[in-house]
Design a protein around this ligand. Structure first.
Ligand code: FES
Length: 102
C-alpha cells in the first residue's frame, strides 16, 4: 500500500493548509476540526493554490477567485460540477501519512 509519511503532526497546525508535493502529485493537507483532510492542491478554475486557501467550516475557499471545495468530498459547494481529488490521510502516533497512488 502506498502510504507515505509526509511529516510530523505538529507540521500540520489547526486551521491551515500545507502543500505536499510527492512524485507527480500536488496535494493540499488541512487540519480542520478534529481531523486531517487531503485534496488536490491546484484549483480546477485557474490553478490557484488551495493550500493557501481559507478554511470555512468543512470547506476551503480558493485564494484567487473564491471557488469553495468540501474537504471531505472534494466537490465544489459554489460551482456545480467542479471538484478536486481527495486522498486518504491519517495520523499514527505523532506522524502524518498520506495515501497516494503509485
Ligand atoms: S483559481 Fe481558484 S477560484 Fe479561480
Amino acid at each position: 500500500m502506498p502510504w507515505r509519511r509526509v511529516g510530523r503532526s505538529e507540521d500540520f497546525p489547526a486551521g491551515r493548509g500545507r502543500p505536499v508535493f510527492y512524485s507527480r502529485w500536488r496535494i493540499a493537507v488541512f487540519r480542520a476540526g478534529p481531523r486531517l483532510y487531503a485534496i488536490g492542491h491546484d484549483c480546477p478554475h485557474q490553478g490557484g493554490p488551495l493550500s493557501q486557501g481559507t478554511l470555512d467550516g468543512p470547506c476551503v475557499v480558493c485564494p484567487l477567485h473564491g471557488w469553495a471545495f468540501d474537504l471531505q468530498t472534494g466537490r465544489s459547494v459554489n460551482v456545480p460540477g467542479a471538484s478536486v481529488p481527495t486522498f486518504p490521510v491519517e495520523e499514527r502516533e505523532d506522524d502524518v501519512y498520506l495515501w497516494v497512488p503509485e
